[in-house]
Each structure stands twice: as structure tokens, then as C-alpha cells.
Design a protein around this ligand. Structure first.
Ligand code: ZN
Length: 251
């Protein structure tokens, strides 16, 4: 079975639609989502509807959590965006649609064991909030060891918006170092990050996702109209202009 893995959509509908269109050309059998469907971006409601419609399941990210419950450890811009996002859901006048969305958000999962893949938004240790940064492979070997101890075989994470593969050496490989394909090695544990759909932070503005089976992971990037989304963000006073500007640079 070929599974498309998407993450960190952040209310960016143009990016999500472009990726779903691209996935349709990759003969994937299903799509799963690692969380942060909302937060930062201008179309959180539409993104939730599209994920509900197209994904087999989705995890809860810290931004989904912030909208449903309370933003924790957010900077000012992220907190303002979270409150604005919550209002978009509250403003729905069709009570059936509103109830369906809150129900969907309330049932997002903290962790899923999907075959040999442990799936969490952040890390196996703190599933919603802990970041696994590429630098950790060099700077934090103890952290990486503790994380890998919690993984039977493979793990899928999002949250940093940086695509790539952690191995238990520990090491980190960005897709560019792998020619965009990672082949699982027998006996080697691996943590896969598909990167972000709606707010990439690896200096590549194109939306990032991956398609995998039990043997390998293929990383893909998809172009979309970043200018249009940046414009939408700038037109919403509660969303900081920077949230739009960063999309143009992928940072
Ligand atoms: Zn995120």
C-alpha cells in the first residue's frame, strides 16, 4: 500500500489543493495527516473540510490544540492567529456544519500506530509539542537516543516544517542528500518528517509531502501561488504580515 503523508497545512488552502492534485498523480492508496491543519493561514475552515474529506485519519497538532482548547507556548502572532482561527469556526451559521467540524477537530488523534509506523505530530516523548530539529542529530545525541528508545521501528513526525529522515546513528538527511528517496534499511530505525504543506521552513517555498510504502519514502515538492496566499494573509488584520511574507521564501 502506498500512503501519502501530509502535515502542517496551517490554513493554506492553495497549497493543500495543489498537493492533493499532485498526490492524485502518484498512485497513492490513501492520505494521512500529521496535524496542524489550522493556525497562521487564511483558510482554516476550508482546510479542515478538505482534510476531513480526503484523509483516512489525522493527528492533532499544537495549533489544532490551540484552537480547540487553549494556545500554549505560542508567541504573540501565533496566539492572535489562534484566536482569529477559532472565530472562523465559531462564525459558521450552519449549525450542522459547525457541529461536524468541532466533532472532527475533537476527534483528532494524539498518536497512531499504523503498521510499523508510530505517528505523532511532535515527538514520541511529547507527541503534540516537542520539536525534533535536524540539528538535534548533531547537538543532542541523548535526546535522540531517548526518542529512538520509544520507537519500535519507524516513526512519522511533523511540527518543525523541515522534511527529511533521522536515523538512529543519530543522523539527519534532508531530501536533497537522498535524491528525494529514502530506502528503509533492515534493522535501522528511522524517523520521517514529510515537511510542511502550508508553511515550509527549509528555504524552499514549495509545499512538501511524501509518499511511502514499507520499503521506501519518496519526497515531493509542489509549486502553488504563494503570492496569492500572502496577499490574503495581509488583508486580515489579525494575521501578522510576516506570516504571509515567510511563505515567499519558505522560512
Ligand atoms: Zn506546524
Amino acid at each position: 500500500m502506498r500512503t501519502a503523508v501530509i502535515s502542517d497545512i496551517h490554513g493554506n488552502l492553495e497549497a493543500l489543493e495543489a498537493v492533493i492534485g499532485d498526490i492524485a498523480t502518484r498512485s497513492a492508496d490513501r492520505i494521512i495527516c500529521l496535524g496542524d491543519i489550522v493556525g497562521y493561514g487564511p483558510n482554516p475552515v476550508e482546510c479542515v473540510d478538505l482534510v476531513a474529506e480526503t484523509c483516512e485519519w489525522s493527528l492533532i497538532g499544537n495549533h489544532d490544540f490551540g484552537v480547540l482548547y487553549e494556545p500554549t507556548n505560542f508567541n504573540y502572532a501565533a496566539e492572535q492567529a489562534a484566536y482569529w482561527t477559532r472565530r472562523q469556526f465559531e462564525q459558521e451559521t450552519d449549525s450542522e456544519k459547525a457541529a461536524r467540524r468541532w466533532d472532527f477537530l475533537g476527534r483528532l488523534r494524539v498518536r497512531v500506530l499504523d503498521g510499523p509506523f508510530l505517528c505523532v505530530h511532535g515527538s514520541p516523548r511529547r507527541p503534540i509539542n516537542e520539536y525534533l530539529f535536524p540539528e538535534d542529530a548533531v547537538n543532542s545525541p541523548v535526546k535522540m537516543q531517548q526518542i529512538f528508545e520509544r520507537i519500535e521501528k519507524y516513526c512519522l513526525v511533523g511540527h518543525t516544517h523541515v522534511p527529511g529522515v533521522f536515523t538512529d546513528e543519530p543522523d539527519f538527511y534532508p531530501p536533497a542528500d537522498l535524491d528525494a528517496v529514502y530506502t528503509f534499511v533492515n534493522g535501522e530505525k528511522a524517523i520521517i518528517n514529510p515537511g510542511s504543506i502550508g508553511q515550509p521552513r527549509d528555504l524552499n517555498p514549495r509545499a512538501s509531502y511524501c509518499v511511502m510504502d514499507l520499503e521506501r519514502v519518496e519526497f515531493y515538492r509542489v509549486e502553488y501561488d504563494t503570492e496569492a496566499v500572502a496577499k490574503k494573509i495581509k488583508a486580515i488584520p489579525e494575521l501578522s504580515d510576516w506570516l504571509g511574507e515567510r511563505l515567499l521564501e519558505g522560512r
